[in-house]
Write a protein that binds this ligand. Sequence first.
Ligand SMILES: [Zn+2]
Length: 266
Amino acid sequence: MANEASDADQVELFDTHCHLDITAFDPDRDAAIARARAVGVVHFVNPAYDLDSSRRAVALAQAHPGIAAAVGVHPNDAADFGEAHLAELRTLARAPQVVAIGEIGLDYYRQTTPRDRQVQAFVAQLALARELNLPVIIHCRDAYDDALALLREHGHGLPGLVMHAFSGRMEHLRAALAMGFYIGVGGPVTYPNAHGLRDVVKAVPPERIVIETDSPYLAPQSQRGRRNEPAYVLEVAQKIGQLRGTSMRDIARITTDNGRRLFRLN
Ligand SMILES: [Zn+2]
């Protein structure tokens, strides 16, 4: 393990998807950020799921160097999405710390928002991203066929796309890659039963893979059932390195470079 610790001293990691703004981090937000920095996390992207979290994400990014924000409305929070949402997102996105629109997409697993409302909010926010020339962070659960069809129709002209917490099948991976997507991989790749996801992770071209925690959700195996935090992106990188037969240092370098290119940092 001494070996891994010395690895960690030298790597630069990018947690491309963490919700540091939410209440789960109220007791120790700064400490959680410090723990992540201590294992090499140099960039964080904090996506939003509604207007309140969009405001919080921007404020957090303004207060912490290395943290960038995305603003957007999640499909599960899109029931009342309309012009007022678009107007505020447009205003918030003017902050230089905002690097993407997200997380947006479709979620047919939870049915809190009717599908037609999800589609309407998704398409409207894709148009907003194109108008603002911002990449998009896509959330997709049990809806890959519909999401990819909508993206084929409405996802052109965007400067970047990432499918976060990818959970689709190999055919969905091929379709997403053909559309120019980056593929976000997080804690689930460490779960013993994640055979399909591990096959996917081995098949993603190196220049298209990014890593994430989705903190406070989806903790990796060693922390499963507990609150996730950005420091654990190290465990994700280690697992991907094992699966792909690549050193942790190389995985860190590759995924951090990819994240910088996707979100146009540095
Ligand atoms: Zn998320």
